[in-house]
Design a protein around this ligand. Structure first.
Ligand code: MN
Ligand code: MN
Length: 467
Protein backbone atom coordinates (compact mmCIF):
# COMPACT_ATOMS: atom_id res chain seq x y z
CA UNK A 1 0.00 0.00 0.00
CA UNK A 2 1.45 3.37 -1.03
CA UNK A 3 1.47 6.48 1.15
CA UNK A 4 -0.95 8.12 -1.29
CA UNK A 5 -3.53 5.35 -0.94
CA UNK A 6 -3.19 5.50 2.83
CA UNK A 7 -3.91 9.18 2.86
CA UNK A 8 -6.98 8.57 0.70
CA UNK A 9 -8.17 6.07 3.28
CA UNK A 10 -7.53 8.41 6.13
CA UNK A 11 -9.26 11.20 4.22
CA UNK A 12 -12.26 8.99 3.64
CA UNK A 13 -12.29 7.92 7.26
CA UNK A 14 -12.22 11.51 8.36
CA UNK A 15 -15.14 12.28 6.04
CA UNK A 16 -17.28 9.25 6.79
CA UNK A 17 -16.48 7.98 10.28
CA UNK A 18 -17.84 9.53 13.44
CA UNK A 19 -15.22 11.47 15.37
CA UNK A 20 -14.39 9.40 18.45
CA UNK A 21 -11.04 11.00 19.19
CA UNK A 22 -10.58 11.63 22.91
CA UNK A 23 -11.96 15.05 23.79
CA UNK A 24 -8.90 15.86 25.88
CA UNK A 25 -6.84 15.65 22.66
CA UNK A 26 -9.31 17.80 20.73
CA UNK A 27 -9.92 20.63 23.19
CA UNK A 28 -8.15 23.95 22.59
CA UNK A 29 -5.67 25.23 25.19
CA UNK A 30 -7.94 28.21 25.74
CA UNK A 31 -10.97 26.04 26.50
CA UNK A 32 -8.89 23.78 28.73
CA UNK A 33 -7.87 26.76 30.86
CA UNK A 34 -11.46 27.98 30.95
CA UNK A 35 -12.64 24.51 31.95
CA UNK A 36 -10.28 24.42 34.92
CA UNK A 37 -11.37 27.91 35.99
CA UNK A 38 -15.07 27.14 35.60
CA UNK A 39 -14.65 24.03 37.74
CA UNK A 40 -13.14 25.98 40.65
CA UNK A 41 -16.46 27.83 40.93
CA UNK A 42 -18.35 24.59 40.42
CA UNK A 43 -16.52 23.09 43.41
CA UNK A 44 -17.59 26.07 45.53
CA UNK A 45 -21.17 25.42 44.49
CA UNK A 46 -20.84 21.72 45.37
CA UNK A 47 -19.50 22.58 48.82
CA UNK A 48 -22.09 25.22 49.63
CA UNK A 49 -25.17 23.51 48.15
CA UNK A 50 -25.30 19.89 49.25
CA UNK A 51 -29.08 19.65 49.29
CA UNK A 52 -31.89 21.11 47.19
CA UNK A 53 -32.76 23.91 49.63
CA UNK A 54 -29.15 25.08 49.71
CA UNK A 55 -28.93 24.92 45.91
CA UNK A 56 -32.05 27.10 45.67
CA UNK A 57 -30.59 29.64 48.10
CA UNK A 58 -27.30 29.66 46.18
CA UNK A 59 -29.08 30.14 42.85
CA UNK A 60 -31.32 32.94 44.13
CA UNK A 61 -28.43 34.82 45.73
CA UNK A 62 -26.35 34.57 42.56
CA UNK A 63 -29.34 35.48 40.39
CA UNK A 64 -30.20 38.55 42.49
CA UNK A 65 -26.57 39.67 42.34
CA UNK A 66 -26.92 39.48 38.55
CA UNK A 67 -30.10 41.50 38.21
CA UNK A 68 -32.81 38.85 38.56
CA UNK A 69 -35.92 39.85 40.52
CA UNK A 70 -38.79 37.88 41.98
CA UNK A 71 -41.39 37.26 39.26
CA UNK A 72 -44.63 39.22 39.60
CA UNK A 73 -47.38 38.00 37.27
CA UNK A 74 -49.05 41.42 37.40
CA UNK A 75 -45.99 43.13 36.00
CA UNK A 76 -45.09 43.46 32.32
CA UNK A 77 -41.64 42.35 31.31
CA UNK A 78 -39.42 43.42 28.42
CA UNK A 79 -36.63 41.66 26.51
CA UNK A 80 -33.61 41.20 28.78
CA UNK A 81 -35.63 41.28 32.00
CA UNK A 82 -34.58 38.54 34.40
CA UNK A 83 -36.94 36.90 36.86
CA UNK A 84 -37.12 33.94 39.21
CA UNK A 85 -39.80 31.93 40.99
CA UNK A 86 -39.04 29.76 44.03
CA UNK A 87 -41.22 26.73 44.67
CA UNK A 88 -41.39 25.81 48.38
CA UNK A 89 -37.68 26.57 48.88
CA UNK A 90 -36.85 23.33 47.04
CA UNK A 91 -37.03 24.20 43.36
CA UNK A 92 -36.46 27.38 41.37
CA UNK A 93 -37.30 28.71 37.91
CA UNK A 94 -35.02 31.39 36.43
CA UNK A 95 -36.09 33.10 33.23
CA UNK A 96 -34.65 35.74 30.93
CA UNK A 97 -37.23 37.35 28.66
CA UNK A 98 -36.29 37.11 24.97
CA UNK A 99 -36.68 39.46 22.00
CA UNK A 100 -39.13 37.21 20.17
CA UNK A 101 -42.81 36.92 21.00
CA UNK A 102 -43.46 34.11 23.44
CA UNK A 103 -45.56 32.30 20.82
CA UNK A 104 -42.20 31.52 19.17
CA UNK A 105 -41.65 29.19 22.11
CA UNK A 106 -39.25 29.22 25.06
CA UNK A 107 -35.99 27.36 25.52
CA UNK A 108 -35.67 25.31 28.65
CA UNK A 109 -32.76 23.69 30.49
CA UNK A 110 -33.97 21.58 33.39
CA UNK A 111 -31.67 19.97 35.93
CA UNK A 112 -32.40 18.45 39.33
CA UNK A 113 -30.86 19.48 42.62
CA UNK A 114 -31.89 16.53 44.79
CA UNK A 115 -29.39 13.67 45.19
CA UNK A 116 -29.48 10.25 46.85
CA UNK A 117 -29.04 10.48 50.64
CA UNK A 118 -30.32 9.31 54.02
CA UNK A 119 -33.41 11.23 55.21
CA UNK A 120 -34.27 11.25 58.90
CA UNK A 121 -37.53 9.49 59.74
CA UNK A 122 -40.31 11.63 61.27
CA UNK A 123 -39.51 10.11 64.69
CA UNK A 124 -35.78 9.50 64.33
CA UNK A 125 -34.15 9.80 67.73
CA UNK A 126 -33.62 6.75 69.96
CA UNK A 127 -31.22 5.23 72.41
CA UNK A 128 -29.91 1.65 72.42
CA UNK A 129 -27.33 0.25 74.85
CA UNK A 130 -26.27 3.72 75.93
CA UNK A 131 -25.73 4.97 72.36
CA UNK A 132 -27.97 7.52 70.62
CA UNK A 133 -29.04 7.09 67.00
CA UNK A 134 -31.16 8.59 64.22
CA UNK A 135 -33.43 6.24 62.24
CA UNK A 136 -33.28 7.01 58.51
CA UNK A 137 -35.21 6.25 55.35
CA UNK A 138 -32.89 6.31 52.36
CA UNK A 139 -33.83 8.62 49.47
CA UNK A 140 -33.23 7.57 45.86
CA UNK A 141 -31.29 4.66 44.43
CA UNK A 142 -28.35 3.78 46.65
CA UNK A 143 -26.08 0.81 47.24
CA UNK A 144 -26.61 0.74 50.99
CA UNK A 145 -23.16 -0.52 52.01
CA UNK A 146 -21.57 2.58 50.45
CA UNK A 147 -23.23 4.78 53.08
CA UNK A 148 -21.68 3.10 56.12
CA UNK A 149 -18.43 4.17 57.81
CA UNK A 150 -18.12 7.48 55.99
CA UNK A 151 -18.40 10.88 57.71
CA UNK A 152 -21.90 12.29 57.32
CA UNK A 153 -23.25 15.79 57.79
CA UNK A 154 -26.83 16.82 58.45
CA UNK A 155 -28.62 19.46 56.36
CA UNK A 156 -32.12 20.83 56.12
CA UNK A 157 -34.75 22.72 57.99
CA UNK A 158 -36.79 22.26 61.17
CA UNK A 159 -40.07 24.12 61.57
CA UNK A 160 -40.74 24.81 65.22
CA UNK A 161 -44.28 24.72 66.63
CA UNK A 162 -44.35 28.54 66.74
CA UNK A 163 -43.75 28.67 62.98
CA UNK A 164 -40.11 29.65 63.25
CA UNK A 165 -37.86 27.97 60.72
CA UNK A 166 -34.41 26.77 61.77
CA UNK A 167 -31.78 25.96 59.14
CA UNK A 168 -29.50 23.07 59.97
CA UNK A 169 -26.05 22.50 58.50
CA UNK A 170 -24.06 20.33 60.88
CA UNK A 171 -20.82 18.49 60.23
CA UNK A 172 -19.47 20.47 57.27
CA UNK A 173 -16.97 22.65 59.10
CA UNK A 174 -13.67 20.88 59.75
CA UNK A 175 -14.08 21.85 63.41
CA UNK A 176 -17.60 20.37 63.63
CA UNK A 177 -18.08 16.79 64.73
CA UNK A 178 -19.61 14.57 62.03
CA UNK A 179 -22.11 11.69 62.11
CA UNK A 180 -21.78 8.12 60.82
CA UNK A 181 -23.49 4.80 60.09
CA UNK A 182 -21.54 1.89 61.60
CA UNK A 183 -20.74 -1.41 59.92
CA UNK A 184 -19.90 -4.85 61.25
CA UNK A 185 -16.27 -5.81 61.75
CA UNK A 186 -15.10 -8.50 59.28
CA UNK A 187 -14.24 -10.79 62.18
CA UNK A 188 -17.94 -11.20 62.99
CA UNK A 189 -19.35 -10.77 59.48
CA UNK A 190 -19.34 -14.38 58.24
CA UNK A 191 -23.13 -14.40 57.98
CA UNK A 192 -23.38 -10.84 56.61
CA UNK A 193 -20.75 -11.43 53.93
CA UNK A 194 -22.34 -14.66 52.73
CA UNK A 195 -25.53 -12.73 51.88
CA UNK A 196 -26.11 -11.31 48.40
CA UNK A 197 -25.18 -7.62 48.41
CA UNK A 198 -28.79 -6.40 48.53
CA UNK A 199 -29.38 -8.38 51.71
CA UNK A 200 -26.10 -7.56 53.49
CA UNK A 201 -27.61 -4.24 54.54
CA UNK A 202 -31.28 -3.49 55.00
CA UNK A 203 -32.81 -0.02 55.10
CA UNK A 204 -33.41 -0.45 58.83
CA UNK A 205 -29.67 -0.99 59.38
CA UNK A 206 -28.87 2.52 58.18
CA UNK A 207 -29.01 4.08 61.63
CA UNK A 208 -26.78 7.07 62.27
CA UNK A 209 -24.76 7.19 65.48
CA UNK A 210 -25.10 10.63 67.06
CA UNK A 211 -23.88 10.42 70.66
CA UNK A 212 -22.69 8.32 73.58
CA UNK A 213 -22.41 10.44 76.72
CA UNK A 214 -25.31 10.20 79.17
CA UNK A 215 -26.87 13.06 81.08
CA UNK A 216 -25.62 12.68 84.66
CA UNK A 217 -28.46 11.28 86.74
CA UNK A 218 -28.71 7.82 88.26
CA UNK A 219 -32.47 7.44 88.55
CA UNK A 220 -33.79 8.10 85.04
CA UNK A 221 -33.47 6.13 81.77
CA UNK A 222 -32.64 7.22 78.18
CA UNK A 223 -30.03 9.62 79.43
CA UNK A 224 -27.87 9.62 76.29
CA UNK A 225 -30.93 10.53 74.23
CA UNK A 226 -31.79 13.20 76.78
CA UNK A 227 -28.31 14.66 76.58
CA UNK A 228 -28.47 14.81 72.76
CA UNK A 229 -31.86 16.53 72.90
CA UNK A 230 -30.48 19.02 75.40
CA UNK A 231 -27.61 19.82 73.01
CA UNK A 232 -30.01 20.12 70.04
CA UNK A 233 -32.33 22.28 72.11
CA UNK A 234 -29.49 24.62 73.05
CA UNK A 235 -28.20 24.81 69.48
CA UNK A 236 -31.44 24.90 67.47
CA UNK A 237 -34.25 25.41 70.00
CA UNK A 238 -35.90 22.13 69.01
CA UNK A 239 -37.74 19.50 71.05
CA UNK A 240 -38.32 15.86 70.03
CA UNK A 241 -41.70 16.49 68.36
CA UNK A 242 -40.15 19.10 66.06
CA UNK A 243 -38.54 16.29 64.03
CA UNK A 244 -42.03 15.69 62.64
CA UNK A 245 -42.01 19.10 60.95
CA UNK A 246 -38.52 18.84 59.51
CA UNK A 247 -36.72 17.98 56.29
CA UNK A 248 -33.39 16.67 57.55
CA UNK A 249 -30.99 14.94 55.19
CA UNK A 250 -27.74 13.15 56.02
CA UNK A 251 -25.18 13.49 53.23
CA UNK A 252 -21.45 12.76 52.92
CA UNK A 253 -19.49 15.32 54.94
CA UNK A 254 -16.50 15.47 52.64
CA UNK A 255 -15.77 18.35 50.28
CA UNK A 256 -15.34 18.31 46.52
CA UNK A 257 -11.76 17.76 45.49
CA UNK A 258 -9.70 17.13 42.39
CA UNK A 259 -9.08 13.52 41.42
CA UNK A 260 -6.02 12.15 39.63
CA UNK A 261 -2.34 13.14 39.63
CA UNK A 262 -3.30 15.36 36.67
CA UNK A 263 -6.25 16.91 38.59
CA UNK A 264 -8.36 16.31 35.49
CA UNK A 265 -11.44 15.15 37.38
CA UNK A 266 -13.56 16.19 40.35
CA UNK A 267 -14.77 13.82 43.04
CA UNK A 268 -17.74 14.94 45.12
CA UNK A 269 -21.08 14.03 46.59
CA UNK A 270 -24.07 14.81 44.37
CA UNK A 271 -22.62 15.51 40.92
CA UNK A 272 -25.87 13.89 39.82
CA UNK A 273 -27.27 16.33 39.05
CA UNK A 274 -25.59 19.45 40.36
CA UNK A 275 -23.00 18.93 37.60
CA UNK A 276 -25.75 19.94 35.16
CA UNK A 277 -27.61 22.29 37.52
CA UNK A 278 -24.60 24.58 37.93
CA UNK A 279 -23.82 24.94 34.19
CA UNK A 280 -27.56 25.45 33.45
CA UNK A 281 -27.73 28.10 36.18
CA UNK A 282 -24.62 29.87 34.84
CA UNK A 283 -26.01 29.77 31.30
CA UNK A 284 -29.11 31.67 32.49
CA UNK A 285 -26.88 34.18 34.29
CA UNK A 286 -24.56 34.67 31.30
CA UNK A 287 -26.96 34.52 28.32
CA UNK A 288 -27.48 38.29 27.90
CA UNK A 289 -30.64 39.23 25.98
CA UNK A 290 -31.69 36.01 24.22
CA UNK A 291 -33.80 35.62 21.08
CA UNK A 292 -36.36 33.31 22.66
CA UNK A 293 -37.24 33.56 26.33
CA UNK A 294 -34.95 31.14 28.18
CA UNK A 295 -35.82 29.24 31.33
CA UNK A 296 -33.54 27.28 33.64
CA UNK A 297 -35.39 25.05 36.09
CA UNK A 298 -33.59 23.54 39.06
CA UNK A 299 -36.07 20.95 40.21
CA UNK A 300 -36.54 18.58 43.11
CA UNK A 301 -37.58 14.93 43.56
CA UNK A 302 -36.08 13.56 40.32
CA UNK A 303 -34.32 10.81 42.23
CA UNK A 304 -37.63 9.42 43.49
CA UNK A 305 -39.62 9.68 40.26
CA UNK A 306 -40.34 13.44 40.02
CA UNK A 307 -43.52 13.00 42.10
CA UNK A 308 -44.76 15.69 44.46
CA UNK A 309 -45.35 19.41 44.13
CA UNK A 310 -41.66 20.29 43.77
CA UNK A 311 -40.96 17.58 41.18
CA UNK A 312 -41.28 17.80 37.40
CA UNK A 313 -44.60 15.95 37.39
CA UNK A 314 -46.05 18.94 39.22
CA UNK A 315 -47.64 21.76 37.23
CA UNK A 316 -45.41 24.48 38.65
CA UNK A 317 -43.50 24.98 35.39
CA UNK A 318 -46.68 24.95 33.28
CA UNK A 319 -48.24 27.54 35.60
CA UNK A 320 -45.22 29.81 35.13
CA UNK A 321 -45.51 29.52 31.35
CA UNK A 322 -49.24 30.26 31.67
CA UNK A 323 -48.30 33.47 33.49
CA UNK A 324 -45.92 34.40 30.67
CA UNK A 325 -48.68 33.67 28.16
CA UNK A 326 -51.16 35.85 29.98
CA UNK A 327 -48.72 38.78 29.84
CA UNK A 328 -48.53 38.46 26.07
CA UNK A 329 -52.26 37.83 25.72
CA UNK A 330 -51.73 34.40 24.19
CA UNK A 331 -52.62 30.83 25.12
CA UNK A 332 -49.98 28.90 27.11
CA UNK A 333 -50.35 25.86 24.86
CA UNK A 334 -49.16 27.91 21.90
CA UNK A 335 -45.94 28.75 23.77
CA UNK A 336 -45.47 25.24 25.13
CA UNK A 337 -45.98 23.47 21.82
CA UNK A 338 -43.24 25.52 20.16
CA UNK A 339 -40.82 25.20 23.08
CA UNK A 340 -37.62 23.18 23.23
CA UNK A 341 -35.89 21.65 26.20
CA UNK A 342 -32.55 20.20 27.19
CA UNK A 343 -33.15 17.78 30.01
CA UNK A 344 -29.89 18.50 31.78
CA UNK A 345 -28.98 15.24 33.47
CA UNK A 346 -26.02 12.91 33.79
CA UNK A 347 -25.25 9.64 32.05
CA UNK A 348 -23.13 6.70 33.21
CA UNK A 349 -19.53 7.10 32.05
CA UNK A 350 -17.95 3.91 30.70
CA UNK A 351 -15.99 2.26 33.50
CA UNK A 352 -13.29 -0.20 32.29
CA UNK A 353 -13.50 -1.95 35.67
CA UNK A 354 -17.10 -2.93 34.97
CA UNK A 355 -16.96 -3.08 31.18
CA UNK A 356 -19.38 -6.00 30.92
CA UNK A 357 -22.48 -3.89 31.69
CA UNK A 358 -21.66 -1.25 29.06
CA UNK A 359 -21.96 -1.38 25.30
CA UNK A 360 -18.85 0.55 24.39
CA UNK A 361 -20.03 1.77 20.98
CA UNK A 362 -22.95 3.49 22.65
CA UNK A 363 -21.48 4.58 25.95
CA UNK A 364 -20.31 7.97 27.09
CA UNK A 365 -16.70 8.39 28.18
CA UNK A 366 -14.90 10.66 30.62
CA UNK A 367 -13.35 13.65 28.75
CA UNK A 368 -15.32 13.09 25.53
CA UNK A 369 -17.51 16.07 26.22
CA UNK A 370 -21.14 16.69 26.95
CA UNK A 371 -23.27 13.60 26.31
CA UNK A 372 -26.51 13.55 24.31
CA UNK A 373 -28.79 10.73 25.40
CA UNK A 374 -31.52 10.16 22.83
CA UNK A 375 -33.55 8.06 25.23
CA UNK A 376 -33.15 6.50 28.68
CA UNK A 377 -35.66 4.05 30.15
CA UNK A 378 -35.28 0.27 30.27
CA UNK A 379 -35.82 -2.96 28.32
CA UNK A 380 -37.67 -2.19 25.07
CA UNK A 381 -37.48 1.60 25.51
CA UNK A 382 -40.09 1.68 28.25
CA UNK A 383 -40.56 4.74 30.47
CA UNK A 384 -38.72 7.29 28.40
CA UNK A 385 -38.97 9.99 25.79
CA UNK A 386 -37.19 9.08 22.55
CA UNK A 387 -36.04 12.36 21.01
CA UNK A 388 -36.98 12.77 17.34
CA UNK A 389 -34.41 12.60 14.55
CA UNK A 390 -35.32 16.20 13.75
CA UNK A 391 -34.55 17.50 17.24
CA UNK A 392 -31.38 15.39 17.48
CA UNK A 393 -30.25 16.97 14.21
CA UNK A 394 -30.86 20.45 15.52
CA UNK A 395 -28.88 19.81 18.69
CA UNK A 396 -25.86 18.13 17.07
CA UNK A 397 -25.62 20.91 14.50
CA UNK A 398 -25.79 23.50 17.28
CA UNK A 399 -22.99 21.75 19.20
CA UNK A 400 -20.76 21.43 16.14
CA UNK A 401 -21.33 25.05 15.14
CA UNK A 402 -20.19 26.20 18.58
CA UNK A 403 -17.11 23.94 18.63
CA UNK A 404 -18.46 22.04 21.62
CA UNK A 405 -16.97 18.62 22.29
CA UNK A 406 -19.84 16.17 22.50
CA UNK A 407 -20.64 12.48 22.37
CA UNK A 408 -23.71 10.31 22.43
CA UNK A 409 -24.44 7.73 25.08
CA UNK A 410 -26.91 5.11 26.10
CA UNK A 411 -27.27 4.01 29.74
CA UNK A 412 -25.45 0.65 29.60
CA UNK A 413 -26.29 -2.54 27.74
CA UNK A 414 -29.84 -3.34 26.65
CA UNK A 415 -31.58 -5.13 29.54
CA UNK A 416 -28.65 -4.56 31.94
CA UNK A 417 -30.85 -2.28 34.06
CA UNK A 418 -31.95 1.23 33.26
CA UNK A 419 -33.01 4.58 34.57
CA UNK A 420 -34.92 7.68 33.69
CA UNK A 421 -34.81 11.46 33.76
CA UNK A 422 -37.33 14.28 33.71
CA UNK A 423 -37.27 14.23 29.87
CA UNK A 424 -40.42 12.12 29.58
CA UNK A 425 -42.48 14.48 31.75
CA UNK A 426 -41.43 17.43 29.60
CA UNK A 427 -42.13 15.45 26.43
CA UNK A 428 -45.63 14.74 27.78
CA UNK A 429 -46.27 18.50 27.68
CA UNK A 430 -45.68 18.31 23.90
CA UNK A 431 -42.22 19.86 24.04
CA UNK A 432 -39.18 18.72 22.02
CA UNK A 433 -36.72 17.43 24.58
CA UNK A 434 -33.48 15.47 24.76
CA UNK A 435 -31.13 14.60 27.62
CA UNK A 436 -27.86 16.47 27.52
CA UNK A 437 -25.40 16.38 30.40
CA UNK A 438 -22.18 15.12 31.90
CA UNK A 439 -20.90 11.52 32.14
CA UNK A 440 -20.33 10.35 35.72
CA UNK A 441 -18.25 7.53 37.21
CA UNK A 442 -19.61 5.81 40.36
CA UNK A 443 -23.01 7.45 39.87
CA UNK A 444 -25.15 7.61 43.05
CA UNK A 445 -22.15 6.72 45.24
CA UNK A 446 -21.26 9.09 48.09
CA UNK A 447 -18.25 10.21 46.04
CA UNK A 448 -18.96 10.50 42.30
CA UNK A 449 -16.41 11.46 39.65
CA UNK A 450 -16.70 13.73 36.59
CA UNK A 451 -14.25 15.28 34.11
CA UNK A 452 -13.57 19.01 34.18
CA UNK A 453 -13.64 19.17 30.38
CA UNK A 454 -17.11 17.61 30.30
CA UNK A 455 -18.46 20.03 32.95
CA UNK A 456 -17.28 23.02 30.94
CA UNK A 457 -18.67 21.61 27.68
CA UNK A 458 -22.06 21.27 29.39
CA UNK A 459 -21.93 24.97 30.27
CA UNK A 460 -20.98 25.89 26.70
CA UNK A 461 -23.83 23.76 25.38
CA UNK A 462 -26.51 25.33 27.59
CA UNK A 463 -25.19 28.82 26.84
CA UNK A 464 -25.24 28.19 23.09
CA UNK A 465 -28.74 26.72 23.31
CA UNK A 466 -29.92 29.84 25.12
CA UNK A 467 -28.26 32.48 22.96
MN1 MN B 1 -29.90 12.65 37.55
MN1 MN C 1 -29.71 10.03 39.70
Amino acid sequence: MSTEEKSEVSQLKEKLFANTKNGAKRISEEDLTKADEFCEEYKNFLNSAKIEREAVRYAVTLAEDNGFTKFDFNKNYNPGDKVYVVNRNKAVILAVIGRKRSTEGVKLAIAHIDSPRLDLKPNPLYEANDLAFFKTHYYGGIKKYQWTTIPLSLHGVVMLKNGESVNVSFGEDDNDPCLCVTDLLPHLANQQMSNPMVKAFTGEDLNIIIGSRPFKDDKESELVKLNILKILNNKYGIIEEDFLSADLEAVPAFKARDVGFDASMIGAYGHDDRVCAYPALMAAIDCGVPENTVITVLTDKEEIGSDGNTGMQSKYLSYFIEDLAQQDGVEARHIITKSKCLSADVNAAFDPNYASVYEARNSSFINNGVVITKYTGHGGKYDTSDATAEFMSEIRTMLDDANIIWQSGELGKVDAGGGGTIAKYIANLNIDVVDLGVPVLSMHAPFEIVSKIDVYMAYKAFLKFFS
